[in-house]
Design a protein around this ligand. Structure first.
Ligand SMILES: NC(=O)c1ccc[n+]([C@@H]2O[C@H](COP(=O)([O-])OP(=O)(O)OC[C@H]3O[C@@H](n4cnc5c(N)ncnc54)[C@H](O)[C@@H]3O)[C@@H](O)[C@H]2O)c1
Length: 259
């Protein structure tokens, strides 16, 4: 029996690198998985991969900033897959601008997706989990939420906001039998990171692979992490193995950040 047998999980950003890895692992561990993403194509790719692996999943096209759309998708997910009591928030966007050039519209967009979207996911899922007698939720933040970032102040602020949001949600929901935690990845091999390194490489006149290697050399464990390494920690935090852990933000970053 998998650790999530008989349970239904919602995963946002399920078409992305970390979201897909989380969805695949949770399904492998027995969960039925509601896959949510703003990209129809990528969410369908995840759904196909998951079904090929023998999992039970359904994809939903959702913009996490739209509360009504999230509610509607959760309602459909419960009809299709059963009561939702687990959530992994792995949606997100990042844009690179030095502070003096950061457009206010980009600030708004980053805050809307990364922070408001996480609030919407946690609150709307929690309302259902309360009715079902409890649950667990994990939000993907970032080590960028732990400190300053010269070229993505909006992203760093949104991720610091996610850590704060998780703490408040955990405090508020503990009495309802709901645990809420965050994971803070460092540098993960996904399209988000590859796009940043393509941009950096162009500016620095090197290849994207060289830029990737330079980044890896700055990490104490000496390599960039895989999405599966995040998924493993997300699964742990969603499971009963972490039954006394709530309101925490756990760095999963090869030692890039230590606290
Ligand atoms: N890749 C890294 O190095 C890294 C490091 C730290 C934190 N993170 C965080 O991990 C999470 C996942 O990142 P990833 O690396 O898998 O990136 P990714 O770009 O592969 O995936 C992000 C997913 O979010 C989806 N998304 C974007 N806006 C959305 C919206 N409004 N509604 C619903 N879905 C939306 C995208 O379509 C995409 O599928 C993000 O929150 C990111 O900030 C990533």
């Amino acid at each position: 029996m998998g650790r999530f047998e008989g349970r239904t999980a919602v995963v946002t950003g399920a078409g992305g690198g970390i979201g897909r890895a989380c969805a695949l692992l949770l399904a492998e561990q027995g969960a039925r998985v509601a896959l949510m993403d703003i990209s129809a194509e990528s969410v369908e790719l995840t759904a196909e991969a998951l079904r090929r692996a023998g999992g039970n999943a359904a994809g939903y096209l959702v913009d996490v900033t739209d509360t009504a759309a999230v509610d509607a998708a959760l309602a459909r997910a419960e009809e299709d897959l059963g009561p939702v009591t687990l959530a992994a928030g792995a949606h997100g966007i990042v844009r690179n601008h030095p502070f003096l050039e950061l457009p206010a519209e980009d600030w708004d967009a980053t805050m809307a997706v990364n922070l408001k979207g996480m609030f919407v996911l946690l609150q709307r899922t929690a309302l259902r989990a309360v009715a079902h007698g409890g649950g667990t939720m994990v939000a993907v933040s970032s080590v960028a939420g732990r400190g300053p970032r010269a070229t993505c102040a909006d992203y760093a602020a949104s991720k610091a906001g996610v850590i704060s949001l998780v703490r408040s949600a955990a405090l508020s929901l503990a009495g309802h039998g709901i645990r809420v935690n965050a994971v803070c990845p460092g540098v993960v091999d996904t399209e988000m990171t590859r796009a940043i390194h393509r941009q950096k490489a162009e500016i620095e006149g090197i290849t994207a692979e060289e830029s990737f290697a330079r980044q890896a050399a700055k990490i104490p464990l000496g390599r960039i992490e895989t999405p599966q390494e995040i998924a493993g920690v997300v699964s742990f935090l969603l499971s009963d193995d972490s039954s006394y852990v709530t309101g925490q933000a756990l760095n999963v970053c090869g030692g890039l950040e230590m606290d």
